[in-house]
Design a protein around this ligand. Structure first.
Ligand code: IMP
Ligand code: MG
Length: 184
């Protein structure tokens, strides 16, 4: 594991090693497994991964889930470079399962301003979802002031720009196993 990396014009330093991320996901999955232990395969919750950032977290979480679950994904985007544009774009895939009356566990990479999660909530309410749960690998609590409840937060971090473990800078760095922080 490198101490410093460069992506295009920016340098980043090691922030959270992979082992710590995996341990945080272990704890979060254990809590989820306890909370959803009464679910049966007659009415499994739907795990909805927000693309692209949450793809690695969602895979790691899914591997640890012990209750019946249906997996699907949707693309939501709001970031350009290192800042949120404030506008959330949603791309609804043609094969999305019918979410009406279902319990949906949204899987996010990071909750920052919360614009994405608020947009997701409105979208899911419009689709007639019974209950939305939010799970996120990371939370920037100093930035998040929305009132959507975050049910499962693996780790909280200060208001810094990070990459790795699915998170990108201009689409780069998603494949890095550890999390790095912008080195200013
Ligand atoms: P929000 O809508 O401001 O809460 O931002 C959510 C989305 O912005 C996340 O799903 C990420 O894709 C992206 N994002 C927020 N903070 C960071 C960061 O520090 N690095 C990379 N992407 C981020
Ligand atoms: Mg994202």
């Amino acid at each position: 594991m490198e101490n410093k990396i460069t992506l295009q014009d920016k340098s980043f330093k090691l922030f959270i090693p992979n082992s710590e991320i995996e341990e945080a996901i272990d704890r979060l999955a254990a809590k989820m497994n306890a909370d959803f232990s009464s679910v049966t395969d007659q009415n499994p919750p739907i795990m909805l991964c927000t693309l692209n950032g949450a793809v690695i977290f969602a895979a790691e979480l899914l591997k640890r889930i012990e209750f019946p679950v249906v997996f699907t994904a949707m693309k939501l985007s709001s970031y350009a470079g290192t800042h949120s544009t404030g506008k959330v774009k949603a791309e609804i895939p043609a094969g999305l399962p019918d979410l009406k009356g279902r319990q949906v566990i949204v899987v996010e990479d990071i909750v920052d301003t919360g614009n994405t999660i608020v947009a997701m909530k409105e979208l899911l309410e419009g689709m007639g979802v019974d209950k939305m749960y939010v799970s996120t690998l990371l939370l920037k609590p100093d930035v998040y002031h929305k009132d959507v409840k975050l049910d499962y937060v693996a780790m909280s971090i200060p208001n810094r720009f990070i990459v790795g473990f699915g998170l990108d800078y201009n689409e780069l760095g998603r494949n890095i196993k550890d999390i790095y922080v912008l080195d200013q």
